[in-house]
Each structure stands twice: as structure tokens, then as C-alpha cells.
Ligand binder design. Structure first.
Ligand SMILES: [Zn+2]
Ligand SMILES: [Zn+2]
Length: 377
């Protein structure tokens, strides 16, 4: 099949930025060197602009996982533009299609099924999306957002002023305009580009699928480290309205910490999370699937499969009982019935169910580990 024509603006932009970053910047480093101020500004802008994409473009605007104060939204809009990844409106429109039609080659704009290169950068180099380029019908909510539309309508001036203006000013303060523009401007843009692009490419290829295997998205702690927490992409694709990607407290997700941190000072609110019961049940269902798949190859498959199914049903039942009681306790807490008999009885039942679930989960886990190695790819 004939490939669509190249988008010369994008091709030239990527070539020039890459050449400056991989040839110009090292040559400058050898000839003149970079000082700690320039390196510090680059690291700061790398995290700041990168997280404007993850916290802003992605979790705030594309998925509406929380609400933010207008000042925060303006900062996220400008910082996001500094990464040169198109406007919020365009980015979110593409991303919503990606979620809706994930892995469907002629619909998902960066379908991972079309290979690493296509999902990483190839999709931006040719007119694959020409038919729907200006179609923002899946972002009607964003079209009502004044900050989104301001950024969309003045995208190029904002990109130029924020990138060149800021880095030239900081370079002037430091006595080396060009050095600062090379490192904190262009090189930082290229680095943020690739870590963002990795979420569309590597995060759909490399890692485990603990929550769903309905699509190619993977959970990967290493990738999360380089992508401001977005490496927990398997979780994200099943529970996209959750403001977190790494749901455990220890999972590296600085975007989640930023959003939560801002909520303590009232700058973000209505942080949405998926109910724990749904998360645990999705994980359990996947374990069942992996275990059953592996059991097929064992000699007494039918017997093992029946045993696994029975244990699974027991855990699931204990989970339902536990979470139902938890829900009732929460409702009582809201009514503030601290010392009622009902509350005492429920508290006792809650502890009992929690223990029973823990025992059943341990039994399930050891059986899962004993019979079957987790099949996670
Ligand atoms: Zn997403
Ligand atoms: Zn994805």
C-alpha cells in the first residue's frame, strides 16, 4: 500500500532539533563547556515541561482525572507548549482516540501494532491523520475551556516565546545565551520528546500486564522512572480516569505526587481514583486467566483448572464481602455515628472479613506461584 505523503514541517523540525541535540550540543560542550547553572536549568525544565505534559495534557485535559485552579492550568498550558508536542486540544483529541481504539491500526493514531518506530515517531511524519486533522468533535468539553483555546489559537507564538524567550533570558543572566538555548532549550525539548514518545512505543511493548490483556499496554517500573510515572501504562489503559498511574505508594509516579501535593494547598481538587475493589478484582481475574492458560499444558489440566477456579471464586467472594462491609462502615462514618451498636458490630465484622480475605489471598497466591509461574507477557 502506498504511504501517505510526508509532513515536511514535522520531518524538518525533528531532523533539525535532533541534529542540534546530538551534534551541536556535544561540540559546544567540548569547545566551551556547560556550567552548573545551565545544567541545573536544563534538569529543572526537563521535569517541569515533561510533567506539564503528564499532569496537564494527559491527566488533566485528556482524561479529566482532577480539577485544577486556573493559575495551575495556565502554567501547565505554557509548560506543555514548551515541549513542542502540538496544542492541548490536538494532543488530547489524538490521545482520546488512542484510548478508544487502542491497537486498531486504521483508527489508533499511534497504534503499537504497527511497530516500534510507527508508534514512537513515524505516525507524526506522514499524513496518516489528514482526514481528521481538524476534527475535535471528541473534545467538545475542551473547546469550552478558555485556557485550552487560548493556547490552541496562539500555539506557535507561545512555543517560541516560552522556549526561546525564557532560555535566552536565563542565558543572558548567566552570560551565555547560545549555550543555554542549546542545552535547556533544544536538547531538553528532544529529551522530553523521546520520553513522552516512549509511552506510546515502549510502554506498549515492554513490561507486564497485571490488570488487562485486552490491549498491548504494559506496566513497567523502569519506564515509569523515565516518564514521570507514566510507565504504569497497563493500569492506565484500564482505569484511565484515575489521576494515578502507579497506584501503590512506593510506585514511582511523580505526576501523581504533584497532583496530590497541589491538592493539599487547594490548587487541585476532585482527584478521581478507581475503587480498590475493582482494581483488586481486575488483577485477580488476570491471574486466573494466566493460571488457566498455563494449566492447559500440564498433564492433569482439568483437575488443576477446576482447583484454580474454585480457589479464585473463594477469593472473589471474600473480596465482595469485605468491600461491601467497608462501604457500609464508610457510610456510617459519614453520618458520624461513632459509638452506635451498629458501628461496633460492623467494626468487628470488618476485622474478621479482612483477616479471612488475607488468608484466602495468601492461599491463592501460594497456589498461583506453586503451580504456575506468572505468565505476564
Ligand atoms: Zn491516557
Ligand atoms: Zn497507550
Amino acid at each position: 500500500m502506498k504511504k501517505p505523503p510526508l509532513i515536511f514541517t514535522n520531518v524538518i523540525l525533528f531532523i533539525v532539533l535532533t541534529l542540534i541535540a546530538v551534534v551541536g550540543t556535544p561540540l559546544w560542550a567540548i569547545s566551551y563547556g556547560f556550567d552548573w547553572f545551565e545544567i541545573g536549568v536544563t534538569i529543572f525544565l526537563f521535569y517541569f515541561t515533561g510533567m506539564c505534559i503528564t499532569a496537564g495534557y494527559h491527566r488533566l485535559w485528556s482524561h479529566k482525572t482532577y480539577d485544577a485552579n486556573p493559575i495551575v492550568r495556565v502554567i501547565l498550558a505554557i509548560g506543555g507548549a514548551m515541549t513542542v508536542q502540538n496544542s492541548i486540544l490536538h494532543w488530547s483529541s489524538d490521545h482520546r482516540i488512542h484510548h478508544r481504539h487502542v491497537d486498531v491500526n486504521d483508527k489508533d493514531p499511534y497504534s503499537a501494532k504497527k511497530g516500534f518506530w510507527f508508534s514512537h515517531m513515524g505516525w507524526m511524519l506522514r499524513e496518516y491523520q489528514a482526514a481528521r486533522y481538524d476534527d475535535y468533535s471528541n473534545c467538545k468539553d475542551l473547546q469550552k475551556d478558555k485556557i485550552v483555546m487560548w493556547q490552541h489559537n496562539h500555539y506557535v507564538p507561545i512555543v517560541l516565546a516560552s522556549n526561546f524567550g525564557l532560555t535566552a533570558f536565563l542565558g543572558w543572566l548567566n552570560g551565555d545565551i547560545l549555550g543555554m538555548m542549546l542545552l535547556a532549550g533544544v536538547t531538553r525539548i528532544v529529551l522530553v520528546h523521546h520520553v513522552t514518545f516512549f509511552i506510546n512505543s515502549l510502554a506498549h511493548i515492554w513490561g507486564s500486564r497485571p490488570y488487562t490483556d485486552a490491549n498491548t499496554a504494559r506496566d513497567n517500573g523502569i519506564l515509569a522512572f523515565f516518564t514521570f510515572g507514566e510507565g504504569y501504562h497497563n493500569y492506565h489503559h484500564i482505569f484511565e480516569y484515575d489521576y494515578r498511574n502507579g497506584i501503590k505508594w512506593w510506585q514511582f509516579d511523580p505526576t501523581k505526587w504533584l497532583i496530590k501535593g497541589l491538592s493539599f494547598v487547594g490548587l487541585t481538587k476532585n482527584l478521581r481514583t478507581c475503587p480498590e475493589e475493582r482494581i483488586e478484582k481486575a488483577k485477580l481475574a488476570m491471574q486466573l486467566k494466566y493460571a488457566q492458560d498455563r494449566a492447559i499444558s500440564l498433564p492433569n489440566a482439568d483437575e488443576i483448572k477446576a482447583k484454580i477456579q474454585a480457589e479464585y471464586e473463594l477469593v472473589q467472594q471474600k473480596m465482595s464481602e469485605f468491600y461491601a462491609t467497608k462501604k457500609r462502615i464508610m457510610a456510617l462514618r459519614k453520618k458520624n455515628l461513632q459509638l452506635s451498636y451498629e458501628k461496633l458490630e460492623l467494626d468487628f465484622k470488618y476485622k474478621e472479613l479482612k483477616n479471612a480475605l488475607k488468608i484466602q489471598q495468601e492461599k491463592w497466591q501460594s497456589m498461583y506461584n506453586f503451580y504456575l509461574e506468572p505468565q505476564t507477557t
